[in-house]
Design a protein around this ligand. Structure first.
Ligand SMILES: *Cc1c(COP(=O)(O)O)cnc(C)c1O
Length: 335
């Protein structure tokens, strides 16, 4: 299993996440992330998902014992020309239908043979591809990608890897030798139509703040920038200390849920840089200082993502540096 810890472990902290996970390998997007892991003393395999961008990164990859993806002819040429202290572990990445990275499937065998002939490449070569639509439940496109991957790699000896989180949870035929979970490790659902609890996942991140003001407003008074929300009656509005400057989505509309003291409340008015405003009509007990959960245990991040027209990935990755991180021990569920 190669755990995707790119983008600061989906916003949870790269090193912290890698230390917490018992993975066979860690998957990252760039040499900077790989370097940070090695400098922190992480000695598991590290897979560079996009491979190197320049030939002069190859000796460095060899020195740090990285696994690299090779997804385009230019990278193949770099390896053929490279003279390294020790050979690299290489994953040949095939474009089975994502049409982003990867070699044309019909060229797989030829590329494999060329890699085999490289002194800079270890004898065992992996075969990988990436799924474009595994988050859709019953999708012919995923079946086609699987077929394309199987055909392209048939008869080649390498270990194979295709599944991301959605493939792992929804498409057992895509598992092969190595799975590459990302979002599910952080306790969010990869599917368009389900929430973490539906997949038996528990959120790793709980993003919370506090009420810093409570305002009594009159019927018809507008709340926040642009005055986009008007009080339908005389009511209390709570101000919570979080905004897009913390990574709370600017596009979350009125009605987006939060939990005040563990109970549902609705966002009203625009999200500002440092604050949001909440409807307190169903929270007569609310006091300044009360906890407000933005997402996490009890409020799946997918719901906020849905409301804001985005995906859980962007919300988790987007929590900004000024937000204080607190690492808590986990009480694992029974069994
Ligand atoms: C990010 C990534 C993954 C993990 O994807 P999730 O949807 O988060 O599970 C797997 N494989 C590749 C190539 C990736 O870039």
């Amino acid at each position: 299993m190669a755990a995707a810890v790119k983008a600061e472990g989906y916003g949870h902290g790269l090193i912290r996440t890698a230390r917490a996970l018992d993975a066979d390998a860690f998957a990252v997007a760039c040499v900077e992330e790989a370097l940070a892991l090695r400098e922190a003393g992480i000695d598991r395999r590290i897979l560079l998902l996009e491979g190197v961008f320049e030939a002069d990164e190859l000796p460095w990859c060899a020195q740090h014992a990285l696994d690299i993806a090779v997804h385009q002819p230019e990278q193949l040429r770099m390896l053929e020309l490279a003279r390294l202290e020790r050979p690299l572990r290489v994953w040949l990445k095939i474009d089975s239908g994502m049409h982003r990275l990867g070699l044309a499937p019909e060229t797989t065998s030829a590329a494999f043979q060329r890699l085999r002939a490289c002194s800079a490449v270890q004898a065992e070569i992996g075969l990988m591809s990436h799924l474009a639509r595994a988050d859709e439940r019953d999708c012919d496109y995923t079946r086609q990608q699987l077929q394309t991957f199987e055909t392209a790699t048939a008869g080649l000896p390498g270990e194979r890897s295709l599944a991301n989180s959605a493939g792992i949870l929804g498409w057992p035929d895509t598992h092969f030798d190595w799975v590459r979970p990302g979002i599910m490790l952080y306790g969010a659902s990869p599917f368009v139509d389900s929430l973490a609890p539906d997949e038996d996942l528990r959120p790793v991140m709980s993003f919370h703040t506090r009420l810093i003001a409570i305002k009594r407003l009159r019927r018809g008074e507008p709340v926040g920038y642009g005055g986009t929300w008007l009080c339908p009656e005389d009511m209390d509005v709570g101000v919570a200390a979080v905004g897009y400057g913390d990574g709370y989505p600017r596009h979350a509309p009125s009605g987006t849920p939060a939990l005040i003291n563990g109970r549902a409340a609705a966002l009203v008015g625009r999200v500002s840089m440092d604050m949001i405003t909440l409807d307190l009509r169903r929270h007569p007990e609310a006091r300044i200082g009360d906890p407000v959960l933005l997402w996490g245990e009890g409020l799946p991040v997918e719901r906020i993502a849905q409301a804001a027209g985005t995906i859980s990935y962007t919300l988790l990755c987007g929590v900004t540096a000024r937000v204080r991180r607190e690492v808590l021990p986990v009480a694992l569920a029974d069994g």
